[in-house]
Design a protein around this ligand. Sequence first.
Ligand SMILES: [Zn+2]
Length: 269
Amino acid sequence: MQGIIDFHTHAFPDPLAERAVQLLLEEGRKKYDVHAYLDGRISSLLTSMDRSGIEKSVICSIATKPSQFDPIVKWSKQIMSDRIIPFPSLHPESPDAVEQVRQIRAEGFKGVKFHPYYQDFSIDEKRLFPMYEELQKQRLIVVMHTGFDLAFERDRKCDPEKILRVLDSFPDLRLVTTHLGAWEDWDEVERHLSGKKIYMEISFSLDCMPMETARRIIMKHPKDHILFGTDSPWADQADALALLKNLELGQEMENLVLRKNALNLLTAA
Ligand SMILES: [Zn+2]
């Protein structure tokens, strides 16, 4: 099956799924009209993938405290398959952060996910540098929530200028920014990130801006640095796919965004 790769999804262990989705939904709804399109279970995500022609999904976990590292890694190992690519999470405040990065690599995972709002850090803080150093050394892909977050106050924890500062210090860090560079901070994306070799996945962005703006940002960017992502269950995978197709990027660019770029990133050691 030669299908699409979704670089940004979420799912939870079955016994926790319903409650986790409900809690996150309540958080988000304080400020934004957010919906859940799935119940948070892996089986539901697979059904959605079948329906949308998506072959593989990267599942991004978020450790909201250091103690969640072990259970997240354990579950991530259980769900890993040809179609499900788990990116576990460690909490940057963990005293074992560097060692945990090594462990994630040793367990065979391709990447990790961080979320500056849920994990309470700014991405350019010096205390994170030993962890970035190890992530860079281990060649792990780092999916970093970037831009504002709909459930939180608008602190600049992970804006385009800070992204550049991190990459200045760690030029070989395989960083993937989310939401077309930085959610709801797209002027700054155009100012600082456009045209640079920085990976951007496109989830939760195309319907938040005029179509011409999205198209301009994508077409100005190195074509091998744009990735398809949906942020499922917070968006419907088929809807997200339709939004991308609406941009009429052309067949070659669509193939790159929907599959080849992700495949290259996932298979390069
Ligand atoms: Zn997400």
